[in-house]
Design a protein around this ligand. Structure first.
Ligand code: NAD
Ligand code: IPM
Ligand code: MN
Length: 353
């Protein structure tokens, strides 16, 4: 199979973990005789430094012509005082919108060897397997107006959703649940927000089309509590953009580290794959970042965009085996483990492929 993959390392640890993913994918492609052509472009602060903007139209066009996209992470203190439209985060939001990546899939499934690496009790997290379906191109992130008024002393953001935007993500939630344990939890704030009341109405309408799926509604504050007190309650969670952002970082605690979580951002036609975490400015440049969330994102790319399920499983098993052998990066709190850096962890995964 021949595929063109756009590689957007971004900022901070983004570059360090992207090297890991590309090495792993290259090894897999040799093993199975695939040809993966990697084409690197800039995004975030790195793009701003080079081109004066966090994402150029040329890069968007290259992404539109590609078979899939890998993204490391963006952002960092160096660019935090730029005007809003030039911030690195704007590059990420622009690519999500330009490619219509409305469905952000964030699976949260802990690896057995890491059960004791979570600050939560093993008895609480044992058996948890959650699949967050986060809406990614609407809500508070994109609604207008968003501005300062009255000499900067009043700020406005707008939480806006069109029916069609809710319908397509809710359908994605139901379809995902159908392929898993057939339990969908729709998370909202319908006791306060009008957009949540529309969201809830649409979930109620859609459920007739999925009689095999058990569906319930949960308020986001309560869901945040239940996620870490009773995580095995959940199967698929479908929720709006900001709630999904917050709940997925919280959910990462089940796995031992935010550095473990992969994600897929999907349109009807293309996928962008990135870890859930950010550019980790506190450890950037030290070569100690956990590359596993990025490597597992590459596995998601093989599965979701190329339908290469065997190759994806091979990567996931190699990650699991490496953890079983006791290897881990410094973000994971493991007793009697073998602490390694990013490059070493990557070599160990490759050895286990
Ligand atoms: P962060 O996820 O970058 O870091 C939070 C904490 O987790 C830090 O202590 C960091 O060292 C640690 N961490 C994260 N990933 C790790 C990894 N792979 N290995 C080891 N440790 C890891 O979140 P933050 O500090 O709030 O944000 C930093 C910057 O990243 C900000 O500019 C933010 O806007 C950006 N950000 C980008 C993305 C993205 O590119 N998708 C996601 C989140 C945040
Ligand atoms: C994420 C990040 C982004 C988001 C930021 C950097 C714009 O936190 O991918 O989770 O909020 O979506
Ligand atoms: Mn986030």
């Amino acid at each position: 199979m021949k595929k063109k993959i756009i590689v957007l390392p971004g900022d901070g640890i983004g570059k360090e973990i992207m090297d890991a993913a590309v090495e792993v994918l290259s090894t897999v492609s040799h093993k199975y005789n695939h040809e993966f052509i990697f084409e690197q472009h800039e995004i975030g602060g790195t793009s701003y430094d080079k081109y004066g903007e966090p994402l150029t139209d040329e890069t968007v066009e290259a992404c539109l012509r590609a078979d899939a996209i890998l993204l490391g992470a963006i952002g960092g203190p160096k660019w935090d005082s730029l005007p809003p439209h030039l911030r690195p985060e704007q590059g990420l939001l622009k690519i999500r919108k330009a490619l219509n990546l409305f469905a952000n899939i964030r699976p949260i499934k802990g690896f057995k060897p890491l059960l004791h690496a979570s600050p939560l009790k093993e008895s609480v997290i044992q058996g948890s397997d959650i699949y967050i379906v986060r809406e990614l191109t609407g809500g508070l992130y994109f609604g207008t107006p968003r501005e300062r008024r009255e000499d900067g002393n009043v700020a406005v953001d707008t939480l806006l959703y069109h029916r069609e935007e809710i319908e397509r993500i809710v359908e994605k939630g139901f379809e995902s649940a159908r392929l898993r344990n057939k339990h969908l939890t729709s998370v909202d704030k319908a006791n306060v927000l009008e957009s949540s009341r529309l969201w809830r109405e649409i979930v109620e309408e859609k459920k007739a089309d999925y009689p095999d799926v058990k569906v319930d509604h949960m308020l986001v504050d309560s869901a945040a509590m239940k996620l870490i007190t009773d995580p095995t309650y959940f199967d698929v969670i479908v929720t709006e953009n900001l709630f999904g952002d917050i709940l997925s970082d919280e959910g990462s605690v089940l796995t031992g580290s935010i550095g473990m979580l992969p994600s897929a951002s999907l349109s009807e036609t293309i996928g962008l794959f990135e870890p859930v975490h950010g550019s980790a400015p506190d450890i950037a440049g030290k070569g100690i970042a956990n590359p596993l969330g990025m490597i597992l994102s590459a596995a998601m790319m093989l599965r979701y965009s190329f339908n290469l399920n065997e190759e994806a499983s091979l990567i996931e098993h190699a990650v699991e085996k490496s953890l079983e052998q006791g290897y881990h990066t410094s973000d994971l709190n493991i007793k009697d483990g073998k602490q390694v850096n990013t490059k070493e962890m990557t070599e160990i995964v490759i050895r286990n492929l």
